[in-house]
Design a protein around this ligand. Structure first.
Ligand code: BEZ
Ligand code: FE
Length: 288
């Protein structure tokens, strides 16, 4: 019989998990066991504390469904999502940096033409985001797809509302010369959902639970790495304290105030609007 002691249990558990048939699974699981045991030893984890943690994980699972992604939120506020993004998207200097996907992206957004309005009747200041999608060498990337989504002026995403139609999200295509034009409303900073286990935990700290105003982008184009990123408004509140660590200086854009009149898509806007100009630079795929 194998005698299990406080001293040998980590080695025994690692040996067991090293038998995983897939070598990468074996590597991941043995490292996980080692770090979990080290954590428990370092903090001298009590049984009551471990039960509280298990109940928190259970609640995180129970509140999650196809619209509510509490585990993504947990990973985001721990800084783990952003660490994994940065390790896996080490683009060349000059390429637009990647940031977190977040829990609110919805697949299959409707396609809109150049300057098509993804805000429909949602209240807010009209915002045009225009620019060119380029490759690292500066050449335009025709037909890049820009999948765009954002929150409304109350900080609510479609996934958090009971609506039947696509709301504040759309797909745009860059034209032959790489230019694109998104029409939406100026986003506001907002709080992450605080009514679940993640909010409960954050509420026990001094952590700010807000994100600075931003619009999300997922760009895809032939021959280039997909790019998940955001554009943040220059001067926005919470840029220095983003609760999910998603801000980067390269992703901050100026909003220029415009009077009623002609807009970048050649049409007219009858109320004051704002314009943000940004050229996305995509990282070409590594040669095989
Ligand atoms: C978001 O920007 O949509 C988001 C990202 C991470 C956590 C919560 C929200
Ligand atoms: Fe967001």
């Amino acid at each position: 019989m194998q005698l299990v002691t406080e001293d040998n249990i980590t080695t025994l558990a690692e040996q067991r998990w090293a038998t995983a048939k897939d070598p990468r699974t074996a590597q991941l699981m043995t490292a996980l066991v080692r770090h979990l045991h080290d954590f428990a030893r370092e903090v001298r984890l009590t049984e009551a504390e471990w039960m509280t943690a298990i109940q928190w994980l259970t609640a995180t699972g129970q509140i999650s469904d196809e619209k509510r992604e509490e585990f993504i939120l947990a990973s985001d506020v721990l800084g783990l999502s952003m660490l994994v993004v940065q390790m896996n998207h080490r683009f060349e200097p000059g390429a637009t940096p990647a940031t977190v996907l977040g829990p609110f992206h919805i697949e299959g957004s409707p396609e809109l033409g150049f300057g098509g309005d993804m805000s429909d009747d949602v209240a807010g200041t009209p915002l045009y985001i225009t620019g060119t999608v380029r490759s690292l060498d500066g050449s335009p990337v025709p037909d890049a797809v820009l999948d765009v989504w954002q929150a409304d002026a109350d900080g609510a995403y479609e996934a958090q509302l009971d609506v039947d139609e696509a709301r504040l999200r759309a797909k745009y295509h860059a034209r032959e010369d790489g230019t694109y034009c998104v029409r939406t409303i100026a986003p506001k900073g907002y709080s992450i959902p605080m009514d679940g286990p993640v909010g409960d935990l954050i509420g026990r700290t001094e952590i700010s639970h807000f994100r600075p105003a931003h619009v999300h982008f997922l760009l895809t184009a032939d021959g280039h790495e997909p790019l998940i990123t955001h554009l943040f408004e220059e001067g926005a509140e919470y840029l220095d304290s983003d609760v999910v660590f998603g801000t980067k200086q390269e992703l901050v854009v100026r909003y220029d105030q415009r009077e009623p009149g002609s807009t970048p898509d050649g049409l007219e806007c009858s109320v004051p609007w704002v314009e943000a100009r940004y050229d996305f630079v995509l990282q070409p795929c590594a040669p095989h």
